[in-house]
Design a protein around this ligand. Structure first.
Ligand code: PEP
Ligand code: MN
Length: 339
């Protein structure tokens, strides 16, 4: 349930209503808008009769029942788009398209520095790179782990780029928090509810990648886990779903972008690299994502894709990335955005 306070509700009235909500056994999620304050009552729905009675309290405008199963992620709760600041002033969800680029995995100091330098020169806003890699095969390269995180943090300091990296295990959250600016939850962990709860307890932005077989509603329910922990900085990422099609690695569901935009206030980005699995299709899908209304794109870039320890076939060379950045700028302008 959402308790919408009147436009001119006083601080005391808001505090009083918050105390009442808590006394009913709910947690309060406060959202202060330009016009009015919304108070979300988080907890099980059994006490909703008591919440409805709050309508009689001074300063309360309305008590609204949220129909969607995801409450905090819903547009019904918050109409204005959420803008997530991932560090160094880089905002995801505002008028500018955020471009996050970098290798699938951090492989060496030289590699990450070379990529970070190249993407910065081309105008990317954030550096990605996996230190803990979720690989299908236990024999495949699993990432440089803590050493990879240190290299990412060196690249971040050198090039003033916020770092996005995956966290796979609650036990690693602390060390990832020390070295990164945005915690990525990968497609394979999108329904790892314990992990979602743990990142929900942190105050670092979280990038949630849609699973290969999660519906849009399930993705939003995963976001709800993070939001309900008090972490409001959640970014959603469409990265392709599994279908019968084998010409591409996944089927990039670009229609998820307008659907998500309608259902949630959270920013939405698209990963055309994992979405297609082939470097030669990334350009078209990156442009299409921006045209579809995405707030950002995440692209894999490697100095020598043929030598990459993971996802080489879908990685762009720095010069290809530079060219695509130009195109992204043009498409963004055409749809009234900036890069
Ligand atoms: C990645 O971003 O490197 C990755 C493993 O992505 P996904 O979880 O979408 O497969
Ligand atoms: Mn990858």
């Amino acid at each position: 349930m959402i308790i919408s306070m009147k436009k001119g509700a006083t601080k005391e009235q808001i505090e009083h209503v918050k105390t009442l909500i808590e006394s009913f056994g709910y947690r309060v999620h406060e959202s202060v808008g330009a016009e009015r304050t919304l108070l979300g009552a988080i907890g099980d729905e059994r006490g909703k009769e008591r919440l409805t009675c709050l309508e009689a309290q001074p300063g309360v405008e309305r008590v609204i029942r949220i129909l969607s199963p995801y409450k905090l992620a819903s547009r019904e709760t918050k109409e204005s788009p959420t803008v997530v600041d991932i560090g160094f002033g880089v905002k995801v969800g505002g008028p500018r398209i955020a471009v996050i680029a970098g290798p699938c995995a951090v492989e060496s100091r030289e590699q990450i520095m070379e990529v970070a330098h190249a993407i910065k020169e081309s105008g990317a806003h954030a550096l990605r790179g996996g230190a803990f890699k979720p690989r299908t095969s236990p024999y495949a390269f699993q990432g440089l782990k803590n050493d990879g995180l240190l290299l990412l943090s060196m690249a971040r300091d050198e090039f003033k780029l916020p770092v996005v990296t995956e966290v796979m295990d609650p036990a690693h959250i602390e060390v990832v928090l020390e070295n990164a600016d945005c915690l990525q939850i990968g497609a394979r962990n999108i329904q790892n509810f314990q992990l979602l709860r743990e990142v929900g307890r942190t105050r670092k932005p979280v990038l949630l990648k849609r699973g290969m077989s999660t519906t849009i509603e399930e993705l939003l329910m995963s976001a709800e886990y993070v939001l309900s922990g008090g972490n409001h900085d959640v970014i959603l990422c469409e990265r392709g779903i599994r279908t019968f099609e084998t010409a591409t690695r996944n089927t990039l569901d670009l229609s998820a972008v307008p659907v998500l935009k309608e259902k949630t206030h959270l920013p939405v980005i698209v990963d055309p690299s994992h979405g297609t699995g082939h470097a030669r299709y990334v350009e078209a899908m990156a442009y299409a994502a921006v045209a579809a209304g995405a707030d950002g794109i995440m692209i894999e870039v490697h100095p020598r894709p043929e030598e990459a320890l993971s996802d080489g076939p879908q990685s762009l060379r720095p010069e290809e990335f530079r060219r695509i950045m130009e195109g992204v700028r043009n498409v963004a302008r055409a749809v009234g955005r900036d890069v």
